[in-house]
Design a protein around this ligand. Structure first.
Ligand code: HEM
Length: 199
């Protein structure tokens, strides 16, 4: 039930993000792809740092360390010419979702684990359009490769098991929406309001 609610509650935000990302476009340049990878790093690096430091993992019975995605972004950035120094100098997102309860953690995880599903389609397009493979710059979107479906099922089982009475369902839904919102605003910052506001 929680998964159905999550999908319904976040569906429009997923669709909005998907339609703005040019990752499936045949015309996307390598430079544009690299710029998106930099931005994804700028969101995932501080987010995963916070996630991994949370005290909830043992009680949830879930090992996020083996799902850590920032190293895959670093691998791709290196493959496309960035160095440890240039990566360290990239901007990091300051407006991340609030992760102050197990429910908020679950909502955020739903978004970043779910992204590996769409990643499978993106990886195939990156290969067709830019000639990139997981070894040459497309490891992040490849997610868990052939094991992506299995990893998603394991995540969903953990989510169902933990979304019981002690966790507020609204916390999970709000946090999933906040994760989509903050990522969307980071990738596509809103235009600043002109001085004096709108006429
Ligand atoms: C071009 C970009 C994207 C495409 C083409 C795409 C496509 C997809 C597809 C095909 C699915 C599987 C749907 C299903 O099996 O019912 C999916 C699931 C999902 N994607 Fe994306 N996606 C994209 C970007 C993203 C991003 C950037 C995020 C978040 C960081 C995201 C989060 C999710 C989530 C949470 C799900 C799970 C939905 C559910 O079944 O509950 N996606 N996506």
């Amino acid at each position: 039930m929680i998964l159905k609610h999550l999908k319904e509650a976040t569906g429009s935000r997923h669709a909005a993000l998907e339609s703005r990302l040019p990752l499936l476009d045949a015309g996307m340049s390598r430079a544009s792809y690299l710029q998106f990878l930099r931005l994804f790093w700028g969101y995932y690096a501080p987010l995963e740092r916070q996630l991994l430091a949370l005290p909830y993992w043992n009680s949830m019975g879930f090992d996020y360390a083996e799902r850590h995605k920032t190293p895959r972004l670093v691998q791709d950035l290196h493959a496309l010419g960035e160095t440890p120094d240039t990566i360290e100098g990239l901007a990091r997102c300051q407006r991340l979702p609030t992760l102050a309860s197990p429910g908020q953690l679950l909502g955020c995880l739903y978004v970043i684990e779910g992204a590996t599903l769409g990643g499978q389609i993106i990886t195939r397009r990156l290969q067709a359009n830019l000639g990139l493979t997981p070894l040459t710059g497309a490891a992040f979107f490849d997610g868990y490769g052939a094991d992506t479906g299995g990893q998603w099922k394991a995540f969903c089982a953990m989510l169902r098991a933990n979304a019981g009475e002690s966790v507020r369902q609204d916390d999970i839904l709000d946090s999933a929406n906040q994760t989509f919102e903050t990522l969307g605003q980071w990738l596509f910052p809103p235009y600043p309001t002109p001085r004096g506001g709108t006429p």
